[in-house]
Design a protein around this ligand. Structure first.
Ligand code: GAL
Length: 664
């Protein structure tokens, strides 16, 4: 697209037709060029089985086109109509405790249900056939937030599908017994019919079974997406297809999903009361860019101000919506969209902010900010298609995440997202951009690879990281990595077996720290810090000690190490360092590895570059409530308002943003 996409979810079916003209008029005023249409319209589009009614949708598609607004058209399959579950109650999902979830909200379907899948495929086919040639059609929006409410279903239909999936993966029942280690607790299966999803059990179900069920569940929802994608692809091969992601959403392996999307899109609902909200949405943006392998992505949903689904829904501060929108663009988005265009009058989301509030519209602060942003984004055409370059990568593997957080571990306080944040935070604070990557990816383009808690690793992932370091790469591995193989069986041979030679150490034992317990850490240069959560007995076999624990059973034992391996370096962090110590450590490693910040800026100012070859665009985002002076070394043009920018100190107001085309 030659312009930054701007708009939101549009639900005209919730409004009388007379509102539609006003909608189009207001959209034009706000600079809207794309709306996501018909996401929850199945019950209107197919009011009874096999009877379709597209008249109203035809009308609004035409109106939008006449108004110069393109459509990200949904397949409308996110919420099946009541007639479907009424006629086929077996298509409803069942929870781990055997409770059936009824219609009356949304997403009430079992992902494996043939009834749901056929109904969804038929509707996608109808939509594709009807709108293939419609000039407003710009993109397909399959379903909506797959797995958001029902990522797992434990019904009998799912049980059958799970067994089929397992046969495909493991082959014979004996292979399954081996893979799941069923000699433990007398779990040996003698035939496939005995195998179930991990329904509620007296205590922990088999961890390998749970892990396979998570893989299966992600794959089942992906199959639902694929069924619709194929229907669309066949009829509209040139129309890009997306489905909206939900940041770091644990149940779906987004690496697999993103490979099947033309455009990655994401929904981000920061909590304005979270002091680290800005960091968290930057991290989500970096993930989306990485999932799309660097391609521009779309911020598909955010709110103009409040959501309605937290206990207390704090409003965004004036300017914060605009700031976080620019942040998405800075991190590689070529589209900024909202849930939703017009605030609903009825239903469960009527207190959720929108671009057009209940009224009065013109004097409303959210409308004014949305309109200002839409007008400003028109000046950002030069940004479209440019890329964000990162010299550092953070490894994230969904299967490892799932396995890490299964119960019965040395400490269940070790959580994947928090660990990722511990590594991301110092980079964000220093304006160093990182991509996310899978362990088995080609990492050779990065100067530094951070690996927080890669608990599960297969041969391919371990070999890839080892080859990377041998070839001159720098890696930082966090504690409790390399523990299990893809079956969730321990890698024997001394922890962390797959990485022990590379790291030049062995772990003799883990000593998790009690809640609230802290230890001191002393760095080789005498600097001191603190740590919590985890400690362990590290036995170096070639690694150099960069920091040691002080106190407790690990007194004077290594806490952080470095090992020269091949032409590279492998660092190991055997605890959770306090934020300052972690920043000191990682920023020293960054400097040694030649990973540089986009800009030295005052604290609270985010600086990121997008570029085409040597032509660059600098984004400055002030997350503070006060004006800041940012030292610039180059002159340029601020695309937000067209003003000239000179080298030297540049002022950015509270929650302000500048997009500076540097020297061209
Ligand atoms: C998203 C969803 C939207 C809307 C929004 C409210 O999860 O895709 O349909 O419900 O949340 O924040």
């Amino acid at each position: 697209m030659p312009h930054i996409l701007y708009g939101g979810d549009y639900n005209p079916d919730q409004w009388p037709e007379r509102v539609w003209d006003e909608d189009v008029h207001l959209m034009q005023e706000a600079g809207v060029n794309l709306v996501s249409l018909a996401i929850f319209s199945w019950s209107r589009l197919e009011p009874s089985e096999g009877k379709y009614d597209f008249a109203w949708l035809d009308g609004i598609m035409d109106k939008l086109h006449a108004g110069g607004i393109s459509v990200d058209l949904a397949t409308a399959t996110a919420s099946p109509p009541p007639w479907m579950s009424h006629q086929h109650p077996e298509m409803l999902p069942v929870t781990i405790d055997g409770v059936r979830l009824w219609h009356g909200a949304r997403q009430h379907y079992c992902p494996s249900s043939p009834v749901y899948r056929q109904g969804a495929r038929r509707l996608a086919e109808q939509m594709a056939a009807r709108y293939a040639e419609h000039p407003a059609l710009a993109m397909w929006h399959v379903g909506n937030e797959f797995g958001c409410h029902v990522p797992y279903c434990y019904c009998d239909v799912s049980a059958e599908a799970f067994r089929n999936w397992l046969q495909e993966r493991h082959g014979s029942i004996e292979d399954l017994n081996r893979a799941w280690g069923t000699d433990f607790w007398s779990q040996r299966y003698s035939n496939w019919d005995e195998v179930l999803p991990p329904r509620r059990t007296p205590t922990w179900p088999n961890p390998s079974q749970q892990l396979d069920f998570m893989r299966f569940s992600s794959d089942e929802l992906l199959a639902c997406y694929e069924i619709e994608r194929e229907a669309l692809r066949e009829r509209t091969p040139d129309v890009p297809i997306t489905t909206n992601f939900m940041r770091f959403f644990k149940p779906l392996d987004y690496w697999k999903w993103a490979e099947r999307e033309d455009v990655v899109s994401d929904d981000v609902y920061q909590d304005p009361s979270d002091p680290e909200a800005g960091m968290r949405s930057a991290m989500a943006g970096d993930l989306m860019r990485s999932l799309g392998r660097g391609r521009p992505w779309v911020l598909m949903e955010q709110t103009t101000s409040r959501v309605n689904w937290r206990d207390v829904n704090v409003a965004k501060a004036p300017g914060q919506m605009r700031l976080w929108s620019y942040q998405a663009v800075a991190r590689g988005a070529d589209g900024v969209m909202f849930f939703q265009w017009r605030q609903s009058r009825a239903g469960a989301e009527k207190f959720h902010s929108a671009m057009v509030p209940h009224g009065p519209v013109m004097s409303s602060p959210v409308w004014k900010e949305a309109k200002q942003l839409g007008q400003e984004l028109r000046g950002l055409d030069a940004v479209c298609g440019s890329r964000v370059r990162a010299d550092a990568a953070i490894v994230l593997d969904w299967e490892s995440w799932w396995a890490l957080e299964l119960p019965s571990k040395p400490s269940i306080r070790v959580r994947q997202e928090a660990q990722l944040e511990d590594y991301y935070r110092p980079l964000f604070g220093a304006n160093i951009v990182a991509d996310f990557a899978r362990p088995q990816d080609d990492l050779s383009g990065y100067r530094l690879v951070l690996v927080p808690n890669l608990y599960l690793v297969g041969d391919e992932g371990a070999a890839s990281l080892t080859t990377y370091v041998k070839g001159g790469g720098n890696v930082v591995i966090g504690f409790f990595s390399g523990m299990v193989d893809p079956f969730e069986h321990i890698h024997l041979g001394g922890y962390p077996a797959p990485f022990a030679d590379m790291l030049g150490l062995r772990i003799a034992d883990w000593l998790p720290l009690a809640d609230g317990e802290q230890l001191e850490v002393v760095f080789a240069d005498g600097g001191k810090g603190r740590c919590d959560l985890w400690s362990e007995l590290i036995e170096p076999s070639g690694a150099e000690v960069l920091a040691s624990f002080a106190g407790s059973r690990v007194d004077r034992r290594p806490a952080v190490t470095r090992h020269k391996f091949g032409s590279g370096s492998a660092y190991y962090v055997g605890t959770r360092l306090d934020q300052q110590s972690m920043a000191r450590l990682l920023l020293t490693i960054c400097a040694e590895a030649g990973v540089e910040p986009a800009l030295e800026a005052p604290a609270g100012v985010e600086a990121v570059r997008r570029s085409f070859g040597h032509r660059s665009i600098l984004f400055l985002l002030n997350h503070r409530h006060s004006t800041v002076d940012v030292p610039l070394s180059q002159a340029g043009t601020n695309l937000v308002d067209g003003s000239q920018v000179h080298a030297g100190l540049f002022k950015v107001g509270p929650h302000g943003a500048a997009v500076i085309r540097e020297g061209w």
